[in-house]
Design a protein around this ligand. Structure first.
Ligand code: SAM
Length: 271
């Protein structure tokens, strides 16, 4: 697939080691990826040709969650941690469709996301991009670019989409999410999507092995484990659910493919 893509890496970027952001970009049909990324993705695609459905369902869940936060909860400021490479529609577009005053800070630790995000996701007074690490929340929430755009004394919407499944058990994913909470005002909401071990597709075991070997880890987890990551937050209805069942009346219509059960979504409120 797509052997004709250019492999010219921006300065400072190592094209030979696959990254989560670039493999995911390839699944979404993007062009900001290199041969090493496509090799891992193509191994998954050989096994599960419909795999991109999972990434697309994840984007729909983000749109629904951000629209709900902006339109129904009145949240007008967002931090998208592990934002990934810019895609067709991004969090600030979803948020501003519901509230034209919404502002968004994008955060990612992959330098290629910084390079493309700065170019495509930055708009003065609307959206900015910072290079930051989920494991260092204090640096994220005290970054001058973030505090210039957002007022952290007011509720914020946090987007943790398809990132916590890259946090292995020995790095304490529940603790990582909990570490964000002290920076959030009451009334803030956290949405999280996560690869889900639905147990209904035997190909998933092999896909896990490929992702583990190629990228050093993507953990499919059960919904009870994902729910534990929301400790300290009040979980909103319908709890942890497949993206098909998570606010299905939100934008982008129903999600019907059986593989959508491989991605779960959940949202919680800080009291
Ligand atoms: C699978 S992509 C998801 C992109 C987007 N959030 C979405 O759901 O469409 C995961 C992103 O998380 C980023 N990421 C992984 N670990 C991270 C960390 N410790 N700190 C910040 N970003 C991280 C990766 O660079 C990648 O861009």
């Amino acid at each position: 697939m797509a052997d004709d893509l250019p492999d010219k890496a921006p300065p400072g970027i190592d094209p030979s080691t696959p990254t989560f952001a670039r493999v995911y970009d390839y699944f979404l049909g993007g062009k900001d990826n290199f041969a090493a990324d496509r090799e891992v993705a193509d191994m998954v695609l050989q096994l599960v040709p419909e795999a991109p459905v999972v990434a697309k369902g994840n984007r729909v869940a983000i749109e629904r969650a951000v629209t709900y936060m902006a339109a129904e909860l009145g949240i007008d400021q967002f931090v998208d941690i592990g934002s990934g490479l810019p895609t067709a529609s991004n969090v600030h577009q979803f948020a501003r469709a519901a509230n034209p005053h919404a502002r968004v800070v994008y955060v990612d630790n992959d330098p290629i996301v910084l390079a493309h995000g700065r170019a495509l996701l930055t708009e003065t007074g609307v959206a900015t991009f910072i290079q930051g690490d989920l494991y260092e929340p204090e640096k994220i929430f005290t970054d001058p670019a973030l505090t210039a755009l957002l007022d952290l004394s007011r509720p914020v919407g946090i987007v943790l989409a398809a990132i916590i499944h890259h946090v292995p058990d020995d790095r304490d994913p529940a603790g990582v999410v909990r570490g964000l909470l002290p920076f959030l005002a009451p009334g803030s909401h956290v949405m999280l999507t996560h690869l889900h071990d639905s147990g209904n597709d035997p190909r998933v075991e092999e896909a896990k092995r490929i992702l583990q070997a190629g990228l050093g880890g993507s953990c499919f987890r059960h919904s009870s484990e994902i729910e534990r990551f929301m400790a300290g937050l009040t979980i909103l209805e319908p709890g942890v659910a497949h993206v098909t069942e998570w606010r299905p009346d939100g934008p982008a219509g129903p999600l019907e493919h059986p593989l959508h059960t491989q991605m779960a979504a959940v949202m919680g409120r800080k009291e």
